[in-house]
Write a protein that binds this ligand. Structure first.
Ligand code: ASP
Length: 327
């Protein structure tokens, strides 16, 4: 009995599909999607399942181009009348980037859930099956309609736009450090405690790959910025210091990029808080604003990069790019 639900599960790989290889004593992709689903016992009581094999890759092997391919696939699946929601299994390392790209590029009220596992199938306490069943419960939940792409791990529901991997090992690694989770999965039921105020949609099927991410540190100079300009990068994201400030020796590089029409988006290397032009000294936020640096609010660098890659596939107009980041 399936209560007329049908969830498409798109398998991409990650620890959820890994086992320890006895020859090298390290985890590698090993399980098929059917083998993973066989561990999600009793799920037929909740929903019919359609398995779609996209890849079986560790997530450090997933490129932005593959994320875009996945977006096109999910856009096609979610339009089908027989589909209640879509679940995507993914390695946890780049899960937040894929989830955010899908959030920005798939427009549907139906639930889209990204899920993974922290423990592979050879170790005690494999969390793949419990995470996957919680993800399927979320995909069929009326409460999850119109919430954008969600990440479900360890019985917590987080927004793709807010979630980040915070710990290299813990089962509760996926957190929204700034605002907390949207809800929880409790006893197969999905409960939401808050909503996201604003969602963005970028209508594109392509991505600009030449966008770099620079993490700022004390004493940094312009050489790395110049390297990206000279090697043809089309956009630069800087994870700046604190409130949104950079060392003065980086300014010539930033100025040169902007003069060449390369958008420079600034976010902070702090895990929480937005960037703002609070400081007026050389390299401070006010100086950067005057130079034409775009302020990326409270996005982490890796998500600001995904967003800039998508926007640059549509336009090079600095005012439009600025508007999409700042408003
Ligand atoms: N390294 C793995 C991956 O991202 C980690 C995981 O899936 O949890 O594929």
């Amino acid at each position: 009995m399936s209560y007329n639900n049908k969830v498409a599960i798109v398998f991409t790989g990650g620890t959820i599909s890994m086992k320890i290889d006895p020859r090298i004593h390290a985890a590698i992709p090993a399980l098929t999607s059917e083998e993973i689903m066989a561990m999600v016992t009793n799920i037929e009581k909740f929903s019919d399942i359609e398995i779609i094999n996209f890849s079986n890759l560790p997530s450090p092997h997933i490129t932005p181009n593959m994320m875009m391919e996945l977006s096109i696939l999910v856009n096609d699946i979610i339009k089908r009348d027989d589909i209640t929601g879509v679940v995507i299994t993914h390695g946890t390392d780049t899960l937040e980037e894929t989830a955010y790209l899908l959030d920005l590029t798939v427009k549907s009220p139906k639930p889209i859930i990204v899920v993974g596992a922290m423990r592979n199938n050879s170790v005690l306490g494999y969390d793949g099956s419990s995470n996957l069943s919680a993800a399927i419960c979320t995909a069929i939940s009326k409460n999850a309609v119109n919430k954008g792409v969600l990440v479900v791990m360890n019985n917590e529901v987080n927004a793709a736009s807010e979630v980040t991997k915070t710990n290299t090992l813990s089962l509760d690694t996926f957190k929204s450090p700034e605002f907390g989770p949207l809800g929880i999965v409790d006893n197969d039921e999905v409960l939401f405690y808050r909503d996201i105020v604003k969602r963005q949609f970028i209508e594109t099927h392509t991505i600009e790959n030449k966008v770099s991410l620079i993490k700022c540190c004390a004493g940094m100079e312009s050489d790395i910025v110049n390297f990206y300009i000279d090697t043809g990068y089309k956009g630069i994201v800087i994870e700046a210091l604190g409130r949104g400030n950079i060392p003065p020796a980086m300014i010539p590089g930033v100025k040169r990029a902007i003069d060449k029409g390369i958008p420079v988006v600034m976010v902070s290397r702090c895990p929480t808080g937005r960037v703002l032009d609070t400081y007026g000294y050389e390299g401070g936020g006010r100086h950067l604003r005057e130079l034409g640096v775009i302020f990326g609010k409270n996005l982490p660098g890796q998500k600001a990069r995904i967003k800039l890659m998508l926007i640059l596939s549509l336009t090079k107009d600095i005012d439009i790019i600025k508007n999409m980041f700042e408003n």
